[in-house]
Write a new protein. Structure first.
Length: 178
């Protein structure tokens, strides 16, 4: 299936490729401070092309097994974000978890809102999923707005849900029935 979608200003949402390692490393390096409060603590190797080659290999294994769809947002040759449908469960559940980040320089322009909207369409129309879920830190109002603009509804708070920035933190839980 062709999962590529053109978003605003020529930015393309497409499946991650092995050749994205250098661009992903550069994007993570450029956004290291920006992303630190929102992500797990990362090893130094994670920010290198070698580290990203290993991460991409894992993402592609998940893609091949049908448990994830890792997508990058690309502007020319630059990665400006990452969006993943992961923990895809089939059978009676037909569910996936949505996770994403956007380059600090691209925030506030509606790009991630468009990317999540495209991912909702892919999940429904191409993958045949019934439900998407997402979790945001309780104070991440920008990410919550992205989800709400795409029809997600909050359904509760998960205490100490994920270890982010070195601490177990509460998350607001969201879902969208497709």
């Amino acid at each position: 299936m062709d999962f590529a979608r053109v978003l605003a200003d020529g930015v393309v949402l497409r499946p991650v490729q092995r050749s994205d390692a250098v661009a992903l490393a550069a994007a993570f390096q450029a956004n290291r401070v920006h992303l630190a409060p929102w992500e797990p603590v990362r090893s130094e190797e994670f920010y290198t092309a070698l580290g990203q080659r290993a991460a991409i290999a894992r993402r592609l294994e998940d893609l091949d097994s049908g448990t994830a769809l890792p997508l990058v947002l690309v502007d020319d040759e630059n990665v400006v974000g990452l969006l993943t449908l992961r923990s895809i469960v089939r059978g009676a559940f037909q569910n996936a978890h949505v996770g994403y980040w956007i380059d600090r320089r691209a925030q506030g322009a509606g790009l991630m809102t468009a990317a999540v909207g495209a991912a909702v369409g892919i999940a429904r129309d191409d993958l045949g999923l019934h439900r998407l879920e997402a979790a945001t830190l309780v104070h991440n109002t920008a990410s919550q707005r992205v989800l709400e603009k795409n029809g997600f509804e909050s359904y509760g708070t998960a205490r100490a849900y994920l270890q982010i920035a070195g601490q177990w933190q509460d998350h607001r839980m969201f879902q969208r029935i497709l």
